[in-house]
Structure formats: structure tokens, C-alpha cells
Design a protein. Structure first.
Length: 120
């Protein structure tokens, strides 16, 4: 009876027993794969790309999209091809990019437009 009263009093006061401490420690300790070497357990975060390197990555991706949208391989795309190729910005600004009014634009024209309209 005395043990029961002590347990109830302990629970009401918020005092933890040794068994509870052990359970809390197990609950907060992450599971580890025993077959994974310790070096590989901590994920390494890649540093954020900035500046010229970021610009180069964006332009390379844009050029890949442009080449994929150029189904004929002519080096130019039409407004419809830019829409189908997922190049929404180019499709929305197609008339502004196509200053000659030919109905198609080259990657160089897109690059030049972006450079002229980049936020300062």
C-alpha cells in the first residue's frame, strides 16, 4: 500500500523514476542502421549555389529545356513549342523576345532578353 501511495505522489509531483528515465532515453535516441558505417550516418548538406555558379546552372538548365523544345533541331523554337516544352516565361514573353517578328526565337535571343530584363 505504501508503494502505491509513493508512486501516485511521485506521478503527481512530476518526479521521474529510473525506469521512466530509461524509457525517455530510448524514445529520443534515433534508430541506427548497424550495417551503415559511422562515417555515412551523418548526411552532408551541400552548400547553396550562389553567384556566377548559380547563373551558370540556371542557363544550362534553360538551354537543355530549349533544346528539348526544339523538336526539329533548327536552333529556334516557336511560341507553341515554348509552351509545350514547359518554358512558361518564354511563352508569356514570346512577342517581346521575337523583336524581328519571325515567329521563332533562338536561345541567344532568349538569353539576351533575360539579361536585359534581369532585376538589378
Amino acid at each position: 500500500m505504501m508503494k502505491m501511495i509513493c508512486l501516485i505522489a511521485t506521478a503527481m509531483l512530476g518526479v521521474t523514476t529510473h525506469a521512466e528515465v530509461g524509457m525517455q532515453a530510448r524514445a529520443t535516441t534515433p534508430m541506427r542502421d548497424p550495417y551503415l558505417p559511422p562515417v555515412a550516418r551523418q548526411a552532408k548538406l551541400a552548400s547553396a549555389t550562389t553567384g556566377d555558379a548559380l547563373h551558370a546552372q540556371v542557363m544550362a538548365k534553360l538551354q537543355r529545356q530549349f533544346m528539348a523544345a526544339d523538336m526539329v533541331g533548327s536552333g529556334t523554337i516557336t511560341a507553341e513549342q515554348s509552351k509545350r516544352g514547359g518554358m512558361g516565361f518564354v511563352a508569356e514573353h514570346f512577342k517581346e523576345i521575337d523583336v524581328a517578328g519571325r515567329g521563332s526565337v533562338s536561345f541567344e535571343q532568349v538569353r539576351r532578353y533575360l539579361q536585359q530584363h534581369a532585376p538589378r
